[in-house]
Design a protein around this ligand. Sequence first.
Ligand code: ADP
Ligand code: MG
Ligand code: ZN
Length: 474
Amino acid sequence: MNYEIVIGLETHVELSTESKIFCSCGGHSAAQSPNDCVCPACSGMPGMLPVMNKRVVELAVTAGLMLNCNINRYTTFDKKNYYYPDLPCAYQITQLNHPICTDGCITLKTSAGSRDIRIKQIHMEEDAGKLVHGGNSSYVDFNRTSVPLIEIVTQPDFRSAEEVVTYLNKLKSMFRSGGISECEEGAMRCDVNISVRPEGSSEFGVRTEIKNMSSFEAIERAIRYESQRHIDALEFELEELVQETRRFDDVSGKTFAMRNKETEADYRYFPDANLMPIIIDDEWLEQIKANKPTEVDEKAEQYREAGISDKEVDMLISNHKIGKLLDDTVALGCNAKDTATWILTDCAGILRKDGKTLADLAVTAETLATVIKMVDGGKINRNAGKKVLIAVIEDGVDPEAYCKENKLDRQVDQAAIAGVIDTVLAENARAVEDYKNGKVKAAQALFGACMRELKGAGDPAMIKELLEKKLQEL
Ligand code: ADP
Ligand code: MG
Ligand code: ZN
C-alpha cells in the first residue's frame, strides 16, 4: 500500500528586540556569562510583575501580516503551569485563548509545484532558561528566561520533508529581511508533528511529535525516519502507534519516546491577571503596516526587474545584511545591477583572498556608493575603482583621499593619456600629415594606436576627446 505523509509544524522564533518580553533586561545574545541578563522579574522573585514590551506586539503583528493572517485586535496572555528548574515562576506566560494572529497562509514553490500551507495561529510567549550539566552538578542559567518568542503553528498541510525545509527556509528569509529575527542557530526551533495514512484516505492517522529541533538537516532526517517508522508499524504491525512526544537522536538518526502527549488540561492554563488585554486599534495597526518591510517575494521581484541574476537574488534575499547594504547603496543613487556586481563579485572576491566571506564585510553604504560613483562619473576607471575598494576593505581608507594620494583620479589619468598621445603623434607623422590634408579617417588610426599603447587602461571616451583636441590644435 502507498502511504501519504502528513506533517504540521510548531516553530518558535526568537524575536530581535532590545529587551526581554516582560522586563527591561537585554536579550540573552548580549550576555557575556551565565545569569548576567537577569533581574528580579525574569528570575521569578515573588511579587514581581510583568510589563509588556510593545515592540514584541509590533513584530508579532508584522510576522502575521507577512503570513497573511487575521490580526486579532483583542489579544490576551495565559499562564501555562508546569514545574521545571529552568522555569523560575513554575509557569510560562503564553497565549491560549486569544492569540494575536490566526488563519494565515503561505505559498511554497517546490518540485511538486506551488503549495499552500495554512497557518493556524501565531502567538507570543516567553522563552524558558537553560540547564547546563557539568560534573556532578547541574546549573541553571536564566539569561534566556523571558526572551520573546513567537510560535507559528501550521495546519497539518505538509506532505514531505522537502516541503517542510522549503517552508523553514522561506520563514527564515522573510524574518531576516523583515528585521523580525536573525534566526541564528538555535533561535528558530521546531516541533514536528507527523502521521501517515493510506493514499486517498481522508482521515488522519495517529500522530507523534518530535520536539525541539533547530537544524534543518536534522529535521529532514527525523521526518524520513519517523514517517518510515509509522509506515512499518502499520504495514507489519510490529508496534502500536500511540500519540506521544519523541526526541530525535542525531547520532543514531532515530527517534525515541520521551513522554505521553500531554493534554491542555495537564497545564492548568488560566488567564494571566497580571497583564492587561492588549487592544490593537486602527491607528496602531496602520502604523505597523506602514513600517512593514517589503516582503521577500516582492523584494526578489524588484531585484530581478533591476536586471540582477537569479543566483545573485538568492544571495541577497538569504543574507539580510548584504541585501540591506545593496538597498542602502541604491538609495544613495547607485544602479542596482552594478551595485550587486560590486558587492557579490568584487567585494566577495577581495574577502575570499583573506579567507573571509561577505558576512565579514564591514563597508558602509556611503563608502561603497562613493567608490561606485567615482567610477560611474568617470573620475577613475573601473580598475582603479577595484584598487580603491581593496584598500577600503583591507585598510578602511577613505576612498577619495586614497585616490588623491595614489594619483588614481582623472587628472592623473588625463596627464598620462596626454603623454601617450604626444608620443603616438610623433611616431605617426604620416597619419598626422594625412589628417592635416583633410583625411579625417586618419584620426581613427591614431586613436587605435593610442588605445594599443595604453593597453586598455584609459577611458576610451577620454582618449578620444583629448586626441581630437590635440589634432585640432595642430
Ligand atoms: P495540540 O493542541 O495537541 O498541540 P494542535 O491542534 O495545536 O494540537 O496541533 C499541533 C500541531 O500538530 C499543528 O501544527 C497541527 O498541524 C499538527 N497536527 C495535528 N494533527 C496532526 C496529524 N494527524 N498529523 C500531523 N500533524 C498534525
Ligand atoms: Mg500545540
Ligand atoms: Zn529581567
